[in-house]
Write a protein that binds this ligand. Structure first.
Ligand SMILES: NC(=O)c1ccc[n+]([C@@H]2O[C@H](COP(=O)([O-])OP(=O)(O)OC[C@H]3O[C@@H](n4cnc5c(N)ncnc54)[C@H](OP(=O)(O)O)[C@@H]3O)[C@@H](O)[C@H]2O)c1
Length: 204
């Protein structure tokens, strides 16, 4: 069975988006800075399922290729889905995508849709994602979903692309977690231009 792993790009002060994110500004004020590393290198990496081509360092391209190759399903939250406008129907990793929400957007429910809307919580979403991922990993890509997965003991791994910027406000990745320490073991750290790729195992 694969891992359940959150993977997000974060500022040094802990934000995955700047303040006031919304339809015209999906990553909030200043948040675009977080993704400068996608174009800061010399090696092309085509994001599966999209026409996007990143230009990153060779070590980052290798890391992305490996991580994306293992990915069997994606779990995200309704805000991320809405802000991305459902990625125009093509979720970025070209894998079945499970959106945790309270209400199903019927316009996105159609024969062959890559999206499954899950209204009974993150445990159910992760279970459904695991079932389709098989031996592949389940990627978790939203702050509130990652937090709920951590609290429920569902996360095996945390991958953070740490960017040397202080955003000062916005959407925090690590909050609402209570005060009981969650132990992590660092399993990988890769220095690349403009970003440090950090991987931690969640110790249970
Ligand atoms: N830096 C990065 O790598 C990165 C990557 C992805 C996203 N982002 C950013 O992250 C932000 C979004 O993250 P977020 O944490 O604010 O929102 P989110 O996790 O994407 O979505 C939260 C929403 O999901 C639904 N939801 C969450 N838990 C639920 C549950 N247990 N049951 C039913 N529905 C549930 C609720 O929506 P409803 O009540 O409306 O259904 C809730 O408001 C955006 O700014 C986005 O641009 C950054």
């Amino acid at each position: 069975m694969g891992k359940v792993a959150v993977g997000l790009t974060m500022s040094l002060d802990g934000f995955i988006a700047g303040p006031n994110d919304g339809p015209g500004s999906p990553l909030g004020e200043g948040g675009e800075r977080l993704f400068a590393w996608y174009s800061g290198g010399d090696t092309e990496y085509a994001l599966p399922g999209t026409e996007m081509v990143f230009v990153v360092s060779p070590q980052t391209a290798e890391l992305l290729r490996e991580a994306h190759g293992r990915m069997g399903a994606f779990v995200t939250g309704r805000r991320t889905f809405d802000l991305a406008n459902g990625w125009g129907g093509n979720p970025p990793l070209d894998v079945p995508t499970f959106v945790v929400t309270h209400t199903v957007p019927e316009e996105w429910v159609y024969e062959g849709s890559p999206f499954t809307f899950v209204t009974d919580g993150v445990e159910s979403a992760v279970e459904k994602a695991r079932a389709v991922a098989g031996d592949g990993d389940v990627a978790v890509g939203a702050a509130s979903i990652a937090q709920q997965c951590l609290r429920a003991g569902l996360l095996d791994e945390i991958h953070v692309d740490l960017v040397p910027v202080l955003l000062g406000g916005g959407v925090r990745l690590f909050e609402n977690l209570g005060t009981t320490p969650i132990e992590l073991e660092r399993t990988r750290a890769i220095e690349a231009p403009g970003v440090t790729h950090l991987t931690y195992r969640v110790v249970r």
